[in-house]
Design a binder for this molecule. Sequence first.
Ligand code: C2E
Ligand code: CA
Ligand code: CA
Length: 744
Amino acid sequence: MSPILIDPTTFISTIILVGVLVVSFVLSQEIKRRKQSEIQRQMAEKALQESESRYRLVVETQSDFILHSLPDTTIVFANPSICQALGFSLTEIIGKKWSDFANPEDLQRDVFKGLSELTPESPTFIAENRDSRVDGQIGWTQWINRGIFNKIGQLVEIQSVGRDITALKQVEMALRQNEERLQLVTENMSDLVCLHQLDGQYLYVTPSCQSLLGYSPTELLGQDPYHWVHPEDQAQFRQASNWLTLTKNAVPVTYRMRKKTGDYIWLETLTKPIFDTEGKIIHLQMTSRDVSAQIKVEQQLRHDAFYDALTGLPNRHMLIERLNQIIKRVKRSPALKIAVLFLDLDHFKVINDSLGHLIGDQLLMAVAHKLNTCIREIDLAVRLGGDEFVIVLEEVSSIGDVVYIAERILRELQSPIQLHDRDIFITTSIGIVWVTSNHHQAEDLIRDADLAMYQAKSQGRGCYAIFNSTMHLQALQRLNLENDLRKALENQEFVLYYQPIVSLKTFLLQGFEALIRWEHPQRGLLTPNQFISVAEETGLIIPLGRWVFQQACQQLATWQQGISTAKNLKLSINLSAQQLQDPQLLNQLIQIIQTTGIQGENLILEITESMLIENVETTRELLAQIQLRGIQVSIDDFGKGYSSLSYLHQLSVNGLKIDRAFIHKIEQADKNYTLVDIIISLSNLLGLYTVAEGIETSQQLEWLQKRQCEFGQGFLFSKPVPSELAEKFLNYCDQRLDSLFKTQ
Ligand code: C2E
Ligand code: CA
Ligand code: CA
C-alpha cells in the first residue's frame, strides 16, 4: 500500500474548520442554556410577584391581625385589619412599639415575657393582651408570635398573627362569674342538694351538709343515705327515692335524719331523676330542707289540739276520735266489751268560788293525776272541760269489772287532796255506758254517759249510775220540753196561781205566793217542778221571771183598784238564782212597780239560801237596793240547804219560810221538829217573820201555833188557785180564812 500524502494547507484548513465547527457548537449550546435560564429567571420572578401579590391579598383581607416587628417590638408591618380595629392609620402604627398599644395592666403582668425566651428551637410564644379599640371598648387579642432567626441564631424579626378573642373572653368571664355565683349560692344555701347514684350512694353533696348534719361533704360521698334515716321513716324514704317509680310530679317526703351529734333533724326532701341524652335515668337529685322548726310547731299544735293544757290529759277531740274508732270496732265484733264513764265533780263551783280559781285548777290537776292512777295502759282518761272527765275502759269482761273500777275511782277521789296546807274533800258522780252496736257516733256515747251521770247526781252525788234507755227517753222529753218552753213564752201559755198565806193567830189572809203554771197545749197544766229547772238551764228563766213579776204586779194592781182590802196584801214572788245575777233585775223591778202603780211594800221576794251563798257581796248590795224600794226579802225553803245561820246576820232579810219537809216531820215525832222550834225562836229573836210552808194537817197547825209561828201556807188552807178564785178570797179578806176555805 502506498502512503497517503496530505497537503499541509488542506490539513491546516481542515483543522481550522473543525475548530470553528466545535466553537460554534459550543457557543450555540451556551446561548441556548443562557436563554433557558433567562426564561426560568423570568418565570420565577413572575411566580414570586404572583405569590407576593397573593400574600398581600391574604394579609390585607385577613380578619386576623398581622404584625411584623423588629426584635425590640418596633412595628415594621401591620395589616389593615389591626389598623381598623385599633383605629390608627398604618403610618401611625409603623415605627411604634407593642407597648404603645398594650393595656398598662397587661404590661405590668408582663404578658410579653415570652419574647425574651424565644430561641430558634422554640421560636413561638402566645400572649393574650387587652387593647383599646376604636369604638372605645376594651378588646382582647390572642397573639401567636413567631421569631425569625438568621443563620447565626440571632432574632431578626417577629411575625405575629393576632386573633380577636374579645367575644370569647366575654363568654369566659360570664361563665366564671356564673360559676362564682353558683359557688356562692351552693356554699351559702341552707338547703342540702345532693346527687346520688341510682342505688342511693352520694355522688355530690353541697357544703350545707356541714351546717345541717354536722358532716363534711366528703364524709358522705360514696355512702348510702339510708344509713342515717330514722328506722321508723326508712320505708317511706325508700319509697319516695325509688328511681323506678319516680315521676316528674314527685311529692316531697318528710323524715328524720340522724346528725353527727346523734340527734335527729326533720328533712323535707324532693327527689328528681336526672336523665342522659337518651332519656335514661342516670342519677337522682335530692333537694332537702330542714323542716324541724315547722314540724315542732305542727307537733305542738297537734298536741294542743288533742290535749288539755291544764291537766295534760287528752281532750274532747282525742276522745271523739277514740270513741269513733271504738264504735267501728264494736260494730265489727259486737262481743267486745268497752265502757265509757262520765265523771263530774260534785260542787266544784263552790270550791272554785270560795277558794279561788288557782286552787280550783290545782284540784283539777290532782284529780287528773288520780284518775290516771286508777286506769290501765289501754284505757283513756280525758278532760272534757270544766270539772268533767271521761274514762274509756277497754276490754273489760263484765259490768262487775266496770263497777269495781268506778267504785275505786269514787274512793280514790274521796280521799282528801292536799293543796296549800289544806285538805280538800271532793266527791264525784259517775255515769256509765256500755258501748253497743246501737251507738253510731262518739257524741251518742258521751250523751248517754252524761245522762247516767245526771242520774247519779240526782241520786245524791258521790255515786255512779249505769245508763238505761229510760234515761234516753227522759232526755228526749227534756229536749222537747226545752223547745216547747221557748214557744210557750211567745204563745203566752203561762199563768200564775196564787196560794194564800195566812196568819196562824187570826186566820186572816195576809197575802199570796204567786206560783207559775204552764198550760201546755198537749200535756195540760204543768207545775213548775216539770219545767223550771229546764228554764234555768237554758236561761229562759230570765224572760220567764220577768213575765212572772210583771204579771203578778199587774194582778195586784187590778185587785187593788177593785178591792179595798187588797191594799195591804203581800204578794210573794219566787226568784231564781240566775235572776239574782241579772244586772237588769233592779231596774226592771223599779220600772214594773212604777208602771203598775203598786207599792214596793206590797211585795216579798223569795230567794233560797244557796243563792245567798254565791256572790255574797253583790247579793248583799242588790238586796239592800231592793229593800230601799220597800220590797221585802224572805228566805225560802229555810233549813233545806246550807242552813248557814251566819248569813242571816250578814244579809238583811225580812222573813224565813220553813221548808215543808220539816213541817211534814212534825207529826212523825221526828227529832227534826226540834229544829223547827229553833228556827222559829231564832227568827223571832232576829225580828224576822216566819212562815211555815206545806201545812197539811190540823195537828201541824196546832203544833206551829203553840210555837208562835206567825204565818202559814199549805193545802190545809188552800192549794195554789187561779186568780179568779184568789180574788174571791180577797173579797172576804176580813173573814177568817179557815171557815172560808172549808167552802172551797
Ligand atoms: P216553793 O217556792 O217552795 O213553792 C211552794 C211549793 O209548795 C208550791 O209548789 C206549792 O204548791 C207547794 N205547796 C204549798 N203547800 C203545800 C202543801 O201543803 N203540801 C204540799 N205537798 N205542797 C205544798 P209548786 O207551785 O209546784 O212550785 C214548786 C216550786 O217551783 C216552788 O217552790 C218554787 O221554787 C218554784 N216556782 C214556782 N213558781 C215560780 C216562779 O214564778 N219563779 C220561780 N223562779 N220559781 C217558781
Ligand atoms: Ca216560794
Ligand atoms: Ca218553799
